[in-house]
Design a binder for this molecule. Structure first.
Ligand code: SF4
Ligand code: SF4
Length: 444
């Protein structure tokens, strides 16, 4: 019986599959010869290129600048020459504008942003600006610009900051390794975020399948009580923001509202480490850790790679694909995106490269709904996935809205348990798009 806290409604228990890489220390991936840096690696306006073909660039130099508040710049991941500024394959599926760099192998760095060695004495507005200019986005996969999340409107009162070390997606261990190998940087990032809100105490939520990370983060936080490490029950999607807030604080974020509605801000542990590097060392976000794993890759590893590195290069570093690989997913198996080619770049939001063999991929065709209700029981948001899918299938957009389609966090729990293999998430994602445009047309 678990002693860990958890969320109240729904959730599923897929096999963890983390054994391949949980004990494998992070290794630096070698620099590739060419890197492709998309100008859109975040939610919000794509960055605007400020370099052109033929330009020489240094690592950390701005390649494309932020366009407005909900946007971040992208930086050169290494030194070299700009070969192309053009559309290129993107992990989201549709080709997008990107800057291709031919690396010179020197990995020479531009001057860092001016370090802020004592962030606890810095003005919060200076720190927020720094987090934007360093190109920091949510590294848990959401890629929302971090400075925006850390800038709630004046009427919002934030009294709780939670670091998300849950990593509930099966197979992935990048955050786990980071908590073991860089606990000090993560906690220093938490201190910066606490300072932004004038708070003295924060939380770190970690699933109980990472007892070594719970121990290490607790040890590094010390006895002062300023950072409480909270062991959480192993249940998917424990790491989803609203579920994490409920598990740690016992607060329920209302339908349609953001975490700030209950006074909470959540940051992924890797994002916290990136905040620390940007503020204290003046280092822009040009690298992250990814788990390359699954039965379809020969030597699963946790790799630190430069943004823009081709996925093929990372897979090759892990001994290449096995002969019976059937599917490569960027991210985890529940929320990741299947790729048609390995010639896409790994970017800021790439937490996993999951290589699945035929026996791990569902191939059965979808059948009719059996009205078993399993999807309803599994939904952590208390939705009726089958109702939303049926409504949008019949083109009843208003009804899909009445079913609260927009509350869906696309966690995939409903599709995971569906015995008829109905692609519920795709239907609901489509429904969300239709509901949003329907609402916009009505000025809602
Ligand atoms: S994908 Fe959406 S509808 Fe399905 S279980 Fe998750 S939140 Fe519920
Ligand atoms: S789990 Fe699948 S079969 Fe069962 S009610 Fe939901 S959609 Fe229908």
């Amino acid at each position: 019986m678990s002693a860990g806290r958890t969320f109240k409604r729904g959730g599923v228990h897929p096999p963890g599959e983390k054994h391949r890489t949980a004990a494998v220390a992070v290794e630096d991936a070698p620099l590739p010869e060419r890197l492709v840096v998309p100008v859109s690696q975040h939610i919000g306006a794509p960055a605007r290129p400020v370099v052109k073909k033929g330009d020489r660039v240094l690592a950390g130099q701005v390649l494309a600048e932020a366009v407005g508040f909900v946007s971040v710049p992208v930086h050169a991941p290494t030194s070299g020459t700009v070969r192309r500024v053009d559309v290129a394959p993107h992990p989201m599926g549709t080709p997008q504008p990107a800057i291709e760099i031919e690396a010179d192998g020197d990995d020479a760095w531009a001057e860092p942003l001016e370090p802020i060695p004592a962030p606890e004495a810095a003005d919060p507005s200076v720190l927020r600006r720094r987090i934007q200019e360093a190109g920091i986005v949510g590294l848990g996969g959401a890629t929302f610009p971090t400075h925006v999340k850390l800038s709630p409107p004046p009427e919002a009162t934030i009294d709780a900051v939670i670091l998300n070390g849950v990593e509930c997606e099966p197979y992935l261990t990048a955050d786990h390794r980071l908590m073991l190998e860089a606990a000090g940087e993560i906690l220093a990032g938490l201190q910066i975020v606490l300072h932004l809100f004038g708070l003295e105490r924060g939380w770190v939520g970690i699933e109980e399948n990472k007892p070594d990370a719970i121990a290490e983060m607790g040890r590094r936080a010390g006895d002062g009580g300023w950072a409480e490490v909270v062991p959480l029950e192993i249940k998917y999607p424990q790491g989803a923001e609203k579920q994490l807030i409920q598990a740690v604080l016992g607060r329920e974020v209302p339908s349609g509202a953001l975490p700030m509605a209950v006074g909470a801000v959540v940051q992924n542990v890797a994002t916290a480490a990136a905040i620390h590097a940007a503020v204290v060392r003046g280092r822009p976000l040009v690298e992250r850790v990814v788990t390359v794993t699954g039965p379809g890759v020969r030597e699963p590893k946790n790799l630190r790679f430069r943004v823009g590195t081709p996925v093929r290069h990372l897979v090759d570093r892990c001994g290449g694909l096995t002969g019976d690989v059937a599917k490569v997913v960027l991210g985890g198996p529940m929320m990741g995106l299947a790729q048609h080619t390995l010639d896409v770049p790994a970017i800021k939001g790439t937490s996993g490269v999951l290589c699945l063999t035929r026996d791990r991929v569902r191939t059965a065709p979808a059948g009719p709904c059996l009205r078993c209700g399993r999807c309803v029981d599994a939904c952590p948001m208390g939705l009726e996935p089958t109702g939303i899918a049926a409504a949008i299938g019949a083109d009843l957009v208003e009804e899909a809205d009445r079913y609260h389609a927009l509350d869906c966090i696309e966690c995939g729990s409903c599709a995971y348990v569906c015995p008829a293999f109905i692609p519920l998430v795709q239907s609901i994602r489509y429904a969300k798009g239709r509901v949003l445009s329907w609402r916009r047309k009505r000025g809602r």
